[in-house]
Design a protein around this ligand. Structure first.
Ligand code: GDP
Length: 367
């Protein structure tokens, strides 16, 4: 459902399809509806629901993915109308994060985000049964089916309590892990090793660049979200100085708030960096929009005061006209291709020139 330009809607749907493929789905068909705001009951309008139902039948799809966040009741109503599983962008992104999280902290953060998403969407079997009966079992009181309500609600309450306990425990664990990381960070500050954070939209080529700059052998995937846990490598400057280079989580349009919250601590490291290398995909249809989205998140986590070096990547795949436009728009940016190894030495030089100068220690020995 989209109110803006058709191109924006198409870009967003293309990205959603790429996300779905990353999660292991096969995408069959895309539907866009232009309307002021989502239908409160079914997200898409009534006519579109019927069209969607036909598409589900003709393609044999087993899942519908909505490019937005559905309320619990919209989700239920849509599922009832089209008779297949319905998920939204948030659930899809959480699923991908869950598949890719590797570190203990990353896993805990994703589980926390998933449980917080799940809690208001839990349904007891009592309610499910009364739904199957077409609502006719819904007699009496507060809308629950008489006779069905007891056991259903008890089970639901137990589930909810279990989830709440688990959420509280995960929060405690994550807090502990954060303290450990902060200690590591202050040790780094004492050692005075300059830190460079590589940030950028998902799939911009951050891992590839990190590999080019350090020979790190980080996994590079042509999939969104290959990077979830930050990787840190040491690099040596031409003058012998040592600095660290860290990859950060990829950014994506409409990142679910549960995830922004969960990964805030990871992103906070960017705020402590001495330099942010902001990588943008020069071959993307809308690089400016990506830069805007990333800068917004950087501001949110308090990293907007860190000096930024903008790097336009994939110049091997971008057309000349776009590159000229981007050069005019961002005269201080460095243009590279991680894949074709073009401009890497220049980038290394640009990074090193922006590293803070080490404090000079002056010792005078008197006779
Ligand atoms: P990340 O998500 O930002 O870490 O991006 P990756 O480093 O995983 O790269 C995403 C995809 O873009 C991979 O398929 C890379 O091979 C591809 N890629 C990275 N750099 C370049 C480049 O300079 N040119 C082209 N054509 N593709 C690139």
């Amino acid at each position: 459902v989209w109110d803006g330009s058709v191109t924006d809607a198409e870009n967003s749907i293309t990205e959603l399809a790429a996300l779905a493929e990353t999660a292991g789905s096969q995408v069959l068909e895309g539907l866009i509806q232009r309307r002021g705001r989502p239908d409160p009951a079914t997200y898409i309008g009534r006519g579109k629901v019927a069209e969607l139902g036909d598409v589900v039948v003709s393609t044999g799809a087993d899942t519908v993915i909505c490019d937005g966040e559905l309320s619990p009741s919209q989700l239920r109503n849509l599922e009832q109308s089209v008779n297949v599983k319905v998920i939204d962008r948030t659930a899809l992104i959480l699923d991908i994060f869950a598949q890719h999280a590797k570190s203990k902290e990353g896993k805990a953060q994703v589980e926390l985000a998933q449980l917080e998403y799940l809690l208001p969407r839990l349904r007891g079997w009592g309610e499910a049964l009364s739904r199957q009966a077409g609502g006719s079992a819904r007699v009496g009181g507060a809308g629950g089916g008489v006779g069905l309500r007891g056991p259903g609600e008890t089970k639901l309450e137990t589930d909810r309590r279990r989830i709440r306990t688990r959420i509280a425990r995960l929060r405690r664990e994550i807090k502990g892990m954060r303290t450990v990381r902060q200690t590591k960070r202050s040790r780094r500050a004492r050692n005075a090793v300059p830190a460079v954070a590589i940030a950028g939209y998902t799939n911009a080529g951050k891992s590839s660049l990190l590999n080019r700059l350090t020979g790190a052998g980080v996994l590079v995937e042509d999939a969104l979200f290959a990077t979830l846990d930050p990787t840190t490598r040491r690099a040596h400057a031409a003058d012998g100085r040592v600095y660290t280079l860290s990859d950060t989580v990829g950014f994506v349009r409409h990142l679910p708030h549960q995830i922004v919250e969960a990964f805030r601590s990871t992103l906070e490291e960017v705020a402590d960096a001495d330099l942010v290398v902001h990588v943008v995909d020069g071959a993307h249809p809308d690089p400016e929009e990506q830069v805007r989205a990333v800068r917004e998140v950087l501001t949110e986590v308090g990293a907007d005061s860190v000096p930024e070096l903008l790097v336009v990547n994939k110049i091997d795949a971008a057309d000349e006209e776009t590159l000229l436009r981007l050069k005019r728009l961002w005269p201080d940016a460095v243009f590279v291709s991680a894949r074709a190894a073009r401009g890497i030495e220049g980038l290394r030089g640009a990074i090193e020139a922006r590293l803070p100068r080490p404090a000079v220690e002056l010792r005078v020995t008197l006779p």
